[in-house]
Design a protein around this ligand. Structure first.
Ligand code: F6P
Length: 348
């Protein structure tokens, strides 16, 4: 039976999105004669009924493209009046049989709710550079992002070493420290500060002094944008502004600047800071992410061919398998205690 499938990408873009779409269109058109449309700008496109056709010819060269070529947004239909109902109506108006949603916990949480409450047949795939989605061993986009972090450390090391400075590097990842941990270890950071382990400035300053006593003339500090700083009056994360998006997220950022200033004061060692920001998620995906995303695109269409909805295709113990979308709605997957301990092997 022929089917018309809508594909959308939600939340922050991540390398690998275009490769999932490309694989889904190739496989769906060639093997099943399915028709595809792009639902533009994530759930916003479904709310507003905005779509355009996607053909094999159009997606053929998308293998090296970064970001998402069908647009993204942080729109949450359930924050709009009658949002769920409007999505259902537009799903019908577009003549769709299923939706493939590519996103993190927010986008896939919506996919689950639309499936459960509005009977929209959805299939998801786990995207986020933060790598914090439960139900999968890894998210696509993460491999590319940690390579960007590692490359940044390789460059920053030479300048930090030349000037005998501390360089504090702020890494994305919101409330999970995966990018900081793996990128920091791969980049040889001396100190790695994660949201999973609140820290105090004096403790970090002591570690740096110890490193200097050991003869080291420069230091690299990796800090998660969401790392929690212990102050006398409690604990805090540092944010750019107080505004929340439609999923209730605050914009993080600024911790590296505070840290560099405070550590310089406490150690009398010149410090600079760098915020890697969106450089971490822009640009073309790594070979692994292209391969991973391609497998996910094919697997998503396979679920649709089997009429198996309300699932996301994920990586589990080396295999691509479907799991319930309910998994995605279970909050975030943070760095486990044993890996928080693991990083200490390399700290002063
Ligand atoms: O969730 C992905 C992510 O890149 C986070 O690591 C980061 O905090 C956030 O998105 C940044 O969002 P924006 O693109 O809205 O600045």
């Amino acid at each position: 039976m022929s089917k018309k499938i809508g594909i959308l990408t939600g939340g922050g873009d991540a390398p690998g999105l275009n490769q999932v779409i490309r694989a889904a269109v190739f496989y769906g058109v060639k093997n099943f004669g399915y028709e595809f449309v792009a639902i533009e700008d994530g759930w916003k496109g479904l709310l507003e009924g905005k779509s355009r056709p996607l053909t094999v010819d159009e997606v053929r060269d998308w293998i090296y493209e970064g970001g998402t070529l069908i647009g993204s947004s942080r729109t949450n239909p359930f924050k709009h009046e009658d949002g769920g109902k409007i999505c259902r109506e537009n799903f019908e108006k577009m003549g769709l049989d299923a939706i493939i949603a590519l996103g993190g916990e927010d986008t896939l949480g919506v996919a689950y709710k639309l499936y459960k409450e509005y009977e929209i047949p959805t299939v998801g795939a786990p995207k986020t550079i933060d790598n914090d989605l439960p139900g999968t061993d890894q998210c696509f986009g993460f491999d590319t992002a940690i390579n960007r972090v590692m490359e940044a450390f390789d460059r920053l090391r030479t300048t930090a070493r030349s000037h005998h400075r501390i360089l504090v590097v702020e890494v994305m990842g919101r409330h999970a420290g995966w990018m900081t941990l793996v990128g920091g270890i791969a980049g040889g950071a001396d100190i790695i500060l994660l949201p999973e382990e609140p820290f105090d400035l004096d403790g970090v300053a002591e570690q740096l002094k110890k490193l200097r006593e050991q003869g080291r003339q420069y230091a690299l500090v990796a800090v998660s944008e969401g790392a929690k700083l212990k102050f006398a009056e409690g604990m805090d994360i540092i944010t750019q502004d107080a505004e929340l998006d439609e999923f209730g997220h605050v914009r993080l950022g600024g911790i590296a600047k505070v840290l560099a200033k405070e550590l310089q004061k406490r150690t009398d060692w010149e410090a600079r800071h760098v915020v890697l920001g969106h450089l971490q998620r822009g640009g073309a995906p790594t070979a692994f992410d292209r391969w991973f995303a391609t497998q996910l695109g094919v697997a998503a269409v396979e679920q649709i061919a089997k009429d198996n909805y309300g699932v996301m295709v994920v990586l589990k113990e080396g295999k691509i398998v479907p799991v319930s979308l309910e998994e995605a709605a279970k909050g975030i997957r943070t760095v486990p205690e044993e890996l928080v301990e693991f990083k200490k092997i390399f700290e002063p």
